[in-house]
Design a protein around this ligand. Structure first.
Ligand code: GLC
Length: 590
């Protein structure tokens, strides 16, 4: 049993008053504003990730753009989304589709202009949607003027990047300084003819790592943060943050034993290139910058950061707040639904996955759950298409913040059969035609499926940057809006349910009910509780929820999946509840 996982900002008597006010009424009718007073805007929000290149193309070039996003903000608002984070929109040669930035203050021309961005911000503000930008500090593009100046040893820029002399082997040949590999395959070192030194790149060779041991770099990036804060963004998603520092002694990393391929990132254990203690200091530095901005501009919302690090629990917990109580990232992304469970996991695995985050997260912070992103296979492909509703129920009814990748509200599927000729993702191109399917991120990045028109209504071009998934004729937003039951309608009902006080503040308990079924409860003493129950197996399961519910009076369906035999409003017997394969149900315990 956990105490409410969010910071309560007003005195306890006001909370009790609000609870009294909602007594007798159905909890879901408790309007948003009642509960919003207790927690800050980001502590219970659904953050909807937009991958700009694939969301909506407004000018027919086959590439999504900012006016396209602006034209669809109304869709987000209708769905109940109040915050979105955008993958990079900055000037870039697009080697890694925007994660290689050549000017941190310019909009990529194929995405639009600064004016388009300002219009997007204005429209979002009008609709009550907060915009979070992707901030990519670890590396720039090799076309950034900083890199060109650094390569030329221009005064002030010599140490903007990580430059190292070669090692000379017994034959007198030049070799990289050590065995560090790039996340995207091959050595992390690239020889620069002009400067006659190697530079470090933890991702592609066109993404040189910036040197944060140089205070001028820290200052330059702080200025970038302030630039976008002044444009009205509510915060940043910070990319690849745990790669920002490397051990200066440049020792070889130990072999992991996981693979025999010395060019693979898995060949070594990354003790000198990842999760160094300096990362935490930098995260705390940015938190300070954001808090300072928020206090100087109190007319706006609290400006926040969410950090991307595939790291251990202790490391991520320290991002929230370190052992000395110093606060860092508001939302260190919790990727465990992506990395630690899959279609073969049983109920215990899911319960353990949830509990471990809540146990490690320091008290007084907001939990967060990421169900998908542009770097990993989609929910339908990880857990199976029949599990889409259940996974959205899980995501949306847990306490704290939910992060949805665009298209997951429709149950979009990876385009796994994408051909080599259509493949553009750098790690996939790097490993070649035989192995590209193992690592390509293109399948989950295909254009958003708006309707059944050509290119799924995404674009009027003859060819789009990535092909549209051929299932768009049946699987699209328009069809799901028109259908009596659909993944989209389930998702929307879940967002509606999240507005209630109980979903924001209710106590939380979770248990495996059987090997294949788990359930969790959000409750206040003497009030209706909300129960989520999920069958993670591909067989029908009959369960008895009586013990978990502790003398249930009446269980009434709130949200049921597309294939469910149950209807919202239907009463159920907790003693013998039958769940179809991969079925999830959200019920009210009256
Ligand atoms: C992050 C991004 C990913 C990108 C990488 C390098 O992991 O999510 O898409 O390729 O960083 O910037």
């Amino acid at each position: 049993m956990y105490a409410p996982l969010i910071r309560i900002r007003i005195p306890l008597f006001s909370l009790l008053l609000a609870l009294l006010l909602c007594q007798g009424s159905s909890m879901s009718s408790l309007v948003k504003s009642d509960a919003e007073d207790f927690i800050d805007w980001w502590q219970h929000t659904v953050f909807y990730q937009i991958y700009p290149r694939s969301f909506k193309d407004s000018n027919g070039d086959g590439i999504g753009d900012l006016p396209g996003i602006t034209s669809k903000l109304q869709y987000l608002a209708e769905t109940g989304i109040t915050a979105t984070w955008l993958s990079p929109i900055f000037q870039s040669p697009m080697v890694d589709f925007g994660y290689d930035i050549s000017d941190y203050r310019q909009i990529q021309p194929e995405y639009g202009t600064m004016e388009d961005f300002e219009q997007l911000i204005d429209k979002a503000y009008e609709l009550g949607i907060k915009i979070i930008l992707d901030f990519v500090p670890n590396h720039s593009s090799d076309e950034h003027e900083w890199f060109k100046k650094s390569a030329a040893k221009e005064p002030g820029y010599e140490d903007y990047y990580v430059w190292v002399d070669p090692k000379i082997d017994e034959n007198g040949d030049r070799q990289p300084p050590n065995n560090w590999q790039s996340v995207f395959y091959g050595s992390a070192w690239e020889w620069h003819e002009g400067r006659q030194q190697y530079y470090l790149h933890q991702f592609t060779k066109e993404q040189p790592d910036l040197n944060y041991r140089n205070p001028a770099v820290v200052q330059a990036m702080d200025d970038v943060i302030l630039f976008w804060l002044n444009k009205g963004v509510a915060g940043f998603r910070i990319d690849a943050v745990n790669h920002m520092f490397e051990k200066e002694s440049l020792e070889d990393e130990p072999l992991s034993g996981k693979t025999k391929d010395p060019l693979s990132y898995d060949y070594t254990t990354h003790i000198y290139t990842k999760d160094l203690p300096e990362v935490l200091e930098m995260v705390q530095h940015w938190r300070h910058l954001l808090d300072d901005f928020s206090s100087k501009h109190p007319e706006g919302p609290t400006r926040i950061m969410m950090t991307e690090a595939y790291a251990g629990l202790t490391t991520l917990a320290d991002y929230y707040e370190d052992r000395n109580g110093v606060r860092g990232s508001q939302l260190p992304f919790n990727f465990h639904f992506i990395t630690d469970v899959n279609g073969d996991s049983d109920a215990r695995d899911f319960v353990y996955n949830v509990e471990k985050w809540l146990i490690y997260m320091p008290r007084g912070h907001a939990a967060n759950w990421v169900m998908g992103n542009h770097d990993n296979p989609r929910v339908a492909s990880r857990f199976g298409p029949s599990a889409v509703d259940a996974m959205n129920m899980l995501l949306m009814t847990l306490p704290g913040v939910a992060v949805t990748y665009n298209g997951e509200e429709l149950g979009m599927e990876d385009y796994r059969d994408m051909r080599w000729e259509d493949t553009v993702d750098p790690p996939a191109r790097n490993v070649g035609e035989q192995l590209f399917r193992n690592v390509s991120r293109d399948p989950e990045r295909t254009p958003f499926q708006w309707n059944n028109a050509s290119h799924a209504g995404f674009s009027e071009a003859t060819k789009t940057w990535l092909p549209v998934h051929p299932n768009y004729r049946e699987l699209n937003l328009e069809a799901q809006k028109a259908a009596p039951k659909s993944h989209y309608k389930v998702y929307k009902a879940l967002i509606e349910l999240r507005k209630s006080a109980i979903m924001r503040l209710g106590r939380f308990t979770i248990e495996p009910i059987s090997r294949w079924v788990f359930a969790f409860k959000r409750s206040f003493a003497n009030f209706d509780s909300i129960i989520t129950v999920i069958n993670v197996s591909d067989k029908e399961q009959l369960v008895n929820l009586s013990e978990f519910l502790n003398q249930p009076k009446k269980l009434v369906v709130e949200v049921a999946g597309v294939e469910s035999a149950y209807q919202p409003g239907q009463s159920l017997a907790a003693i013998a509840l039958s769940l179809a394969p991969h079925e999830g149900l959200v019920c009210r315990l009256v």
